[in-house]
Ligand binder design. Structure first.
Ligand code: F0G
Length: 450
């Protein structure tokens, strides 16, 4: 790889392991610490040198700026990204996603108010784009000959799109038959080489990490700290949307645990910059059958010194988070632990019903995203969230990402992997109308009489 980027911008890669903490240049194409194998953070020497007010004014002004990077909700915050100020970003105008009021979801959770930060409004329909624009920009700077990832579908779709924009060959590894048709279709359309592997996401992840060790592939899974840098800007955007106030609770789904890590880092930096006064509690929700992080949380709460145990055979219809060996769990743990958040599980039925409620807001999301609303309802019952707490849930993917699931739910034919039928509690099946105008009129009139 040709290294063009200079090391003069005050950022470095630093091992997060407390008894290692070694630093490396941001141009080293490494994903974990070469010395101890620990995860890497992008560390920023000059964080406290910035003036918070100046930054907040600059970032807001850029919303109407003429630089193409100003129209990206990631690159608008470029002072907090590890690049030279004239960086040529590989961007699809990602970010700047809506923060919706969600009264139906709030009353479903029995809380006064709930806001939904919809990352499914990104260019490829998921939150991955905010991280991918940064990781692929770094790949471009490093002169990568091939970018690759393992994926449950969304990372694949996102990488395929950004690699196409950067004109870098791209390979994605997915577990055969286990990712949604829509996500696979996106990756194919954007021109990625799709490698279908027998096994699950975790085995794909192990394979691609092994293959990237010789430097021939630039790996862009969230183990790559540049992905986390992009995704952390969502915390900046959210805090800005809330007038630099933070909610009491931020709730998000957990799979490979990159996103919770990124929110933790984002809020930590906002606090260090003086843009916010406290951090929200960051809570992570997993599907019951794919919940190694929730198990760790429960066991840690019961006794310290417990070790993290991967889930060998994760199961959930929320295929995006069907993950048993999350690579970023230590970073996500830091976020949950330091903010006194929770990690919990929700059932397949709870996910399906919460998803239908979010749909009825006119918003919609993919199944993995609905773990948030299901989790908030559960945390309310457990007393972990109070009725008048301010709560933001992060919706990670668009409703069109998994239409098979949606259609099955609404036609009462959704079954778990062990063939257990789920109830279409809020099902809205299509109505077959035979018998011409009179019958049609009767059905339409019924609609106005509710
Ligand atoms: N929600 C959606 C829609 C996802 O696609 C993912 C992860 C998550 C939540 C979990 O986020 O991994 O940062 O904890 N999808 C990855 C993929 C693994 O390959 O698309 P996480």
């Amino acid at each position: 790889m040709t290294i063009e980027q200079e090391d003069t911008i005050g950022f470095e890669q630093r091992c997060i392991e407390p008894n290692c903490g070694l630093s490396y240049s941001i141009t080293d194409p490494i994903y974990v610490c070469p010395t101890c194998g620990g995860l890497l953070d992008i560390a920023w020497a000059e964080l406290s040198n910035h003036d918070a007010l100046t930054l907040s004014v600059l970032w807001r002004e850029r919303l109407t700026g003429s630089d193409p990077r100003d129209r990206s909700g990631v690159w608008r915050f470029r002072e907090v990204l590890p690049f030279e100020s004239d960086v040529a970003a590989i961007s699809l105008n990602e970010g700047n996603t809506p923060l919706y009021d969600a009264p139906r979801s709030a009353s479903y959770c029995e809380i006064d108010g709930l806001r939904l930060k919809h990352q499914g409004a990104n260019p490829t329909g998921s939150f991955k784009d905010t991280g991918m624009t940064v990781a692929v920009t770094q790949a471009h700077i490093l002169g990568a000959k091939l970018v690759a990832c393992a994926s449950t579908g969304n990372t694949a779709a996102s990488l395929a799109a950004y690699a196409a924009r950067a004109d870098i060959p791209c390979a994605i590894m997915v577990p055969t038959g286990q990712i949604s048709h829509a996500k696979l279709a996106q990756a194919l359309d954007y021109g990625a080489r799709v490698l279908e592997i027998e096994g699950n996401f975790d085995s794909c992840m192990r394979d691609i990490r092994e293959l990237s060790r010789d430097g021939s592939i630039y790996l862009v899974n969230s183990i790559n700290p540049f992905r986390i840098e992009g995704q952390k800007t969502v915390a900046f955007e959210l805090a800005e949307q809330l007038g630099w106030q933070v909610p009491d609770h931020l709730v998000l789904p957990g799979g490979n645990l990159g996103n919770s890590s990124a929110f933790g880092k984002g809020f930590r930096e906002l606090l260090a910059l003086g843009l916010i006064k406290r951090m929200p509690r960051i809570s992570v929700v997993q599907a019951e059958g794919a919940a190694p992080f929730a198990k760790y949380f429960d066991e840690y709460s019961a006794s310290t010194g417990t070790s993290f145990i991967d889930e060998a055979d994760p199961q959930t219809l929320a295929s995006a988070i069907k993950i048993g060996a999350p690579v970023s769990w230590k970073k996500a743990w830091r976020a949950v632990h330091e903010t006194e958040g929770y990690v919990l599980t929700v059932s397949e039925q709870e996910i399906a019903d919460a998803k239908a409620i979010i749909g009825r807001e006119g918003i919609g999301c993919e199944p993995a995203s609905a773990t948030t609303v299901a989790g908030i309802a559960k945390m309310r019952v457990n007393g972990q969230i109070k009725r008048d707490d301010s709560v933001v849930a992060v919706l990670t993917g668009n409703v069109l990402k998994d239409t098979d699931y949606v259609n099955k739910y609404h036609t009462n034919s959704l079954e778990t992997e062990s063939k257990r039928r789920l109830f279409g509690t809020y099902a809205n099946p299509p109505v077959a109308v035979a018998g011409g105008h009179d019958e049609l009129r009767r059905v339409l009139t019924e609609l106005t009489e509710r």
